[in-house]
Design a protein around this ligand. Structure first.
Ligand code: NAI
Ligand code: AKG
Length: 426
């Protein structure tokens, strides 16, 4: 099995849920295992470019509010940088930097001609009007317009952003560029050059990883008990796909709480009742906490919300045999080691959630060529890419006797390191 030497990627002894420094630790270990010299790590430990912007927006009450935004571009040796934009009150420079490194790794894992980028705005869209959200979205694009574009850096949706926000951003960029430029951003509505299958792509990629991981563990997905943390884009489509495949989704959650039914929740009903921010639990009285949700008795656990959910504190209480990370960074490095030592198969974020950026790439290709594919074509291409990526990482984990996270970093970092060396950067 995969996890004999699982400690390799998790050398920190004390729990430090600082996503950037723990990511760097695994990148460093991956580069050492691949035999790269120190200067490659020195290049890759930070984004090559980091922009902080101040975005003034006139609010509905007439006041002007100044929002802070970020765009990190990790490495563009392979091609333009690419990655989502997050609207969340907890967005920070450190988080955006870590997210951009993870995007580079994802692009390497699914072999896309990109480096990683990521953006974020410190705001709470749940408390903003449509008009205010449009203002902050357009203001962000104006502020970062010099460093983004279809051949430089291509944004996309992430937490609390959606196809409407992508549409406003595309329209603002097209005004600045004086040209209708759909390839500037992905995750757009279909009528504005969006791709079939992008909305459900992250969950489809996660489902493919769950099926492959279940085969390795000898678990039948049909009838398996599944818990999904987060009921937004990634979590809700995933719950639907697994429910349709005959799995029993016994727990789901949002930012406000969690729902549990050992006989299986009525997923179609919950999908009907969720709002556009992936909230549904407020409609019910008999909720449990997000922490209790993670420790429920189940076969497959999918964190699909935010970072640092499975930590040293609760990793020993996780009952699932398979943990598949749909979210970015939900498991700390110390918890990764605990899960691996316990024989739990953990499919890491940079592999499991790479379906989203893969179909974003298809969207960008279709925009560039001006010819569009059917959903069936998209699904087939996505399936081939995800299966290949899963097997490559699983086999690397077995042959190098490392855990799946370190194996994924080794696979993901290689192309970017090679490209940086061929360019003569290191
Ligand atoms: N949307 C995409 O294409 C991709 C998303 N991801 C990752 O998946 C995760 C979820 O993203 P989306 O589904 O797109 O976001 P979303 O905004 O559609 O949904 C987020 C969900 O997480 C819940 N949530 C927010 N804060 C929470 C907290 N503190 N505790 C528990 N739940 C909380 C929300 O209530 C909502 O149900 C993120 O880590 C994101 O980076 C990764 C790859 C692609
Ligand atoms: O679709 C994309 O380009 C990026 C998706 C993303 O932000 C992620 O995978 O975390």
């Amino acid at each position: 099995m995969v996890a004999d030497n699982a400690a390799d990627s998790t050398r920190e002894s004390n729990e430090k849920p600082d996503v950037l420094s723990s990511t760097r630790t695994v990148v460093k270990t991956a580069l050492e295992k691949l035999g790269y010299p120190d200067e490659v790590f020195e290049l890759l430990k930070e984004p090559i470019r980091m922009m902080t912007v101040r975005i003034p927006v006139r609010m509905d009450d007439g006041s002007i509010k100044i929002f802070t935004g970020y765009r990190a571009q990790h490495n563009d040796a392979v091609g333009p940088t690419k990655g989502g934009v997050r609207f969340h009150p907890n967005v920070s420079e450190t988080e955006v930097k870590a997210l951009s490194i993870w995007m580079s790794l994802k692009a390497g894992i699914v072999d896309l001609p990109y480096g990683g980028g990521k953006g974020g705005i410190v705001c709470d869209p749940r408390e903003m009007s449509f008009r205010e959200l449009e203002g902050v979205s357009r203001g962000y694009v104006r502020a970062i317009s010099q460093i983004v574009g279809p051949t430089k850096d291509i944004p996309a949706p992430d937490v609390f952003t959606n196809s409407q926000i992508m549409a406003w951003m595309m329209d603002e960029y097209s005004r600045i560029d004086e040209f209708n430029n759909p390839g500037f951003i992905t995750g757009k509505p279909i009528v504005l050059g969006g791709s079939h299958g992008r909305e459900s792509a992250t969950a489809k990629g996660v489902t493919i990883c769950i099926n492959e991981a279940a085969k390795k563990k000898g678990i039948e997905v049909e009838g398996a008990r599944v818990v999904v943390q987060g009921f937004g884009n990634a979590g809700s489509f995933l719950a639907k796909f697994l429910n349709d495949a005959g799995a029993k989704v016994v727990g789901i959650s949002d930012a406000y709480g969690a729902l549990y039914d050992p006989d299986g929740l009525d997923i179609d009903y919950l999908l009907d009742r969720r709002d556009s921010f992936g909230s549904v639990t407020k409609l019910f009285n008999n909720t449990i906490s997000n922490q209790d949700l993670l420790e429920l008795d189940c076969d497959i656990l999918v964190p699909a919300a935010v970072e640092n959910q499975i930590t040293e504190q609760n990793a020993n209480n996780i009952k699932a045999s398979i943990v598949v990370e749909a979210a970015n960074g939900p498991t700390t490095m110390a918890a990764t080691k605990i899960l691996s030592d316990r024989g739990i198969l953990l499919v890491p974020d940079v592999l499991a959630s790479a379906g989203g950026v893969t179909v974003s790439y298809f969207e960008w290709v279709q925009n560039n060529q001006g010819y569009y594919w059917t959903e069936e074509e998209i699904d087939k291409k996505l399936h081939e890419i995800m299966i290949k990526a899963f097997n490559s990482i699983y086999n690397t984990a077995e042959t190098r006797r490392v855990d799946m996270r370190l194996a994924a970093y080794m696979v993901g970092v290689r192309k970017m390191a090679e490209a940086s060396r061929f360019r003569g950067w290191v």
